[in-house]
Design a protein around this ligand. Structure first.
Ligand SMILES: Cc1cc2nc3c(=O)[nH]c(=O)nc-3n(C[C@H](O)[C@H](O)[C@H](O)COP(=O)(O)O)c2cc1C
Length: 367
């Protein structure tokens, strides 16, 4: 595909997600999860410590701004704004797929601005899974990492989106072998991330065996990439893709189910994303076994308004998370990971049918 088309598609993705309702109709499952309230927390709210680390880098809170953008001047501005916010809060961030800049080096600045604005945060490079089938995949991955002095590389898994997109690349055979080859060649951790359809226990085990160091579940319940491609297909009058986009709008594994599936099947770092909209969602995700939580679309929307809006939004997320720790009597994230919780509704049904025992979260004790 000519270089300019990759960049143009990136721009149309930003515009579509900002303008249209691209939310899944299926819930994440966070409303099915209730952390057990501790009426006598026996701690002071001020002593709650949200700090953590990722691959040796300290973070003030277990929070990342999800991989989203790059490749256009508008994306450069958004990346710079988001990175400034991440640096101020000392949290992590991912840039969007770097394919556009790999194909046209003139666009590298649209990603590099993130590292320039945030010299000391954990920053993640990003490439799509279909890129792994190229002969020069390892070289491209190294260039993506070097471009932003990344601390890790997310390989995004977007079979759903590619299968609904008119110009989608759907060659997904032998990806596990390619992932494992990449892991061997890169000097930074390789991670996988979905893009809104979740990751199962089975896939997470296969990815762990291939050597990846982390999994971002990006489950169903937030931005639907089938929805994004539906709107693009409507604009371009692609009748088959319009129907595919509608039919697969709500395809995937809801975020809560995916967190439990992955956290109980691997020893990897687990990132919770896909419909994460506040700090209480992140607290629930961590109590279910995740290590970090990430927001994508809400951050794109607030960054489009400006740095102050984006910073204010994330400050609230941090305070919500702190409150959840206080009200469960958790001094830190290790204690939150053992906080009792009750799972009901469709998440309960999903987990029991898939062989997980929701009751064990309800009866666990902190010490
Ligand atoms: C405009 C936009 C662009 C995105 N581009 C990428 C990308 O290039 N690489 C990637 O791994 N994920 C990408 N994503 C997916 C997000 O990282 C995230 O997994 C997904 O949107 C679900 O999170 P949300 O519900 O908070 O939006 C993008 C999301 C948005 C909204």
């Amino acid at each position: 595909m000519p270089d300019s088309l990759t960049a143009k598609r990136k721009l149309s993705h930003i515009q579509t997600t900002l303008k249209q309702d691209v939310q899944s109709h299926v819930p994440t499952g966070f409303d099915d999860v209730r952390l057990l309230h501790k009426a006598l927390p026996e701690i002071d709210r001020d002593e709650v410590d949200l700090s953590t680390e990722i691959f040796g880098h300290r973070m003030n809170a277990p929070l990342i701004i999800e991989s989203m953008t790059g490749g256009t001047p508008m994306a450069a501005k958004l990346n710079s704004t988001l990175a400034k916010v991440a640096q101020k809060l000392e949290i992590g961030m991912g840039v969007g797929s770097q394919r556009a800049a790999i194909e046209d080096n003139k666009l590298a600045y649209t990603y590099r601005v993130a590292r320039d604005a945030a010299p000391s945060i954990p920053l993640f490079a990003n490439l799509g899974c279909p890129q792994l089938s190229r002969e020069d995949a390892v070289d491209r991955a190294k260039r993506a990492v070097d471009m932003i002095r990344a601390d890790g590389l997310f390989i995004h898994l977007n079979a759903l989106q590619e299968s609904v997109q008119y110009e989608g690349e759907t060659g997904f055979s032998k990806m596990l072998q390619r992932l494992s080859d990449l892991v061997r060649e890169l000097s930074v951790p390789v991670l996988i991330k979905e893009t809104g359809a979740g990751i199962s226990s089975e896939t997470s085990r296969e990815a762990e065996a291939a050597g990846v160091k982390g999994i971002n579940v990006s489950g169903l319940g937030g931005t639907s990439w089938s929805a994004v491609e539906y709107y693009r297909a409507r604009e371009k009058h692609h009748p088959v893709q319009i129907e595919l986009g509608k039919t697969f709008w709500d395809w995937g594994i809801p975020t809560v189910a995916s967190i439990v599936e992955v956290a109980n099947s691997t020893h990897l770092k687990v990132f919770a994303s896909g419909g994460v909209r506040n700090g209480l969602h992140i607290a629930k995700a961590i109590a279910l076994g995740a290590h970090y939580g990430g927001l994508a679309l809400p951050m794109l929307k607030s960054a489009a308004t400006g740095e102050r809006t984006a910073l204010a939004r994330l400050k609230v997320v941090v305070e919500e998370l702190r409150n959840a720790l206080f009200l469960t009597g958790s001094r830190n994230l290790q204690e939150l990971r053992k906080a009792p919780l009750v799972i009901s509704g469709s998440s309960y049904l999903w987990l029991t049918q898939r062989g997980f025992d929701p009751a064990r979260y309800a009866t666990r004790r902190k010490s």
